[in-house]
Ligand binder design. Structure first.
Ligand code: GRF
Length: 203
């Protein structure tokens, strides 16, 4: 069974979606470790509640980003992680980290990238006045929200929306596409052509 390492900083609802998909048998993987940089991240409770191994690695304890990322890499390697899934992990990763897991780090972002990268993508989309936004699962490279795109799904902005109702609708879509995208990567029948994610699945 492929082993996932999940990095969180907060609520952990995407972590929960991954746990649920594994329980439901739609995602054929196991979670080797959940790591948080924030000691009281609510997502840690979800992980513990599911009986998962958790680690807190506070970034305050490291002098440089490289030092911190080296600690993360060591922890993930000790847990023999095959694929790293960022799930609300609020840190930019250095080449030290990215190079340790080539094409083996995924992130979920609450917009249709490359639109609205960075923080508060749902608010950015709402304030911009788009009528369609969405969610994106992408590979992580050393640039913010810029790696090759694996899966995207569109979410409409409705006339009565507030930024909060829009965020909630996007989140439901995130919870659906993230486990699907992880399974797609684990299936292995794909390749990257430059930035393009290309299926090599035989139909
Ligand atoms: C999600 O909106 C995700 O797209 C973004 O951070 C948020 C994390 O939420 N990267 P949660 O911690 O998974 O509930």
């Amino acid at each position: 069974m492929p082993r996932l390492g999940i990095l969180i900083s907060g609520r952990g609802s995407n972590l929960q979606a991954i746990i649920d998909a594994i329980d439901a048998g739609t995602l054929r993987a196991s979670i080797a470790v959940v790591i948080s940089n924030i000691p009281d991240a609510p997502g840690l409770d979800r992980a513990r509640g599911a009986g998962l191994d958790t680690l807190v690695i506070p970034h305050a304890g490291s002098a440089t980003r490289n030092d911190y990322d080296r600690r993360l890499v060591e922890a993930l390697q000790q847990h023999r992680v095959d694929l790293v899934c960022l799930a609300g992990f609020m840190r930019l990763l250095s080449p030290t980290f990215v190079d340790a897991f080539p094409n083996r780090i995924l992130n979920i972002h609450p917009s249709l990238l490359p639109a609205f990268p960075g923080l508060d993508a749902q608010h950015q989309a709402f304030d911009h006045g788009v009528s369609v936004t969405g969610a994106t699962v992408h590979f992580v490279n050393a640039e913010l929200d810029a790696g090759p795109i694996v899966v995207q799904a569109a979410v409409p902005v409705l006339p009565d929306d507030t930024a909060d109702t829009l965020s909630a609708r996007i989140l439901e879509t995130e919870h659906r596409i993230y486990p699907e995208a992880i399974q797609r990567i684990l299936d292995g029948d794909w390749r990257l052509d430059g930035r393009r994610f290309v299926s090599t699945r035989k139909h």
